[in-house]
Design a protein around this ligand. Structure first.
Ligand code: ADP
Length: 202
């Protein structure tokens, strides 16, 4: 199962990505987590990324591509992976396609968690109270949602054109959303060559 998660900030990609990784027994690779780790470790890469992240913008493609490329070279991704937060624009999507094509392991599907903008803002403001993320201030949240709309939303068409897009409403209880995803993945598996572990009897 090689899958990417598409969805605005606050759409629940991280939560559902963890559950899916567990379900399929594959690692979840989050560029946001990797970047935050680099920032807290004070690496050169982290220093370059921090101001852009704090402002709600996208970190330079070469930085995130380097993170993903080295992560996908690790043996634990051989049986599949769930990419969370990458690709975030068309250039990154093309790079990922080329990379996977080079390995002879194309993407199986792109899962879109659909949540409307006002709910996203409410969720992120709540998360800001619970966690301490520098990019969870209201004006930065609105910026991240805008950047998502401009840069990342076009990927829905990109993967739709490849016949790989699966759309699931991302509202309701976490467990209900997860069940919805599992059902949709099973349907998608029935229509394509991809055979997801355990999805077949969901
Ligand atoms: P969000 O909840 O906003 O989707 P993430 O944890 O995925 O949060 O990402 C946090 C920040 O890290 C983003 O706002 C962006 O600055 C940076 N980032 C993560 N992934 C990428 C990427 N693929 N390309 C560029 N920047 C990225």
């Amino acid at each position: 199962m090689r899958m990417i998660l598409l969805g605005a900030p606050g759409s629940g990609k991280g939560t559902q990505g963890e559950k899916l990784a567990h379900e399929f027994g594959v690692p979840r690779l989050s560029t946001g987590d990797a970047l935050r780790a680099a920032v807290s470790d004070g690496t050169e890469l982290g220093r370059k990324a921090k101001s852009v992240m704090d402002a709600g913008g996208l970190v330079a493609d070469d930085i995130v591509v380097q993170i993903v490329e080295s992560r996908l070279a690790q043996p634990d991704t051989a049986g599949g992976f769930i990419l969370d937060g990458f690709p975030r624009n068309t250039a990154q999507a093309r790079t990922l396609d080329a990379l996977l094509r080079g390995h002879g392991t194309p993407l199986d599907l792109a899962l879109h968690l659909e949540v409307d903008d006002e709910e996203l803002v409410q969720r992120l403001l709540l998360r800001a109270q619970q966690q301490d993320r520098a990019d969870d201030r209201e004006e930065v949240i609105r910026c991240r949602i805008r950047v998502y709309g401009e840069e990342t939303r076009p990927l829905l068409d990109y993967y739709g054109a490849q016949g790989k897009l699966v759309v699931v409403p991302g509202t309701g209880a976490v467990e209900d959303i997860f069940q919805r995803i599992v059902v949709r993945l099973a349907e998608a598996a029935g229509k394509s060559a991809f055979g997801g572990r355990r999805v077949a009897h969901a």
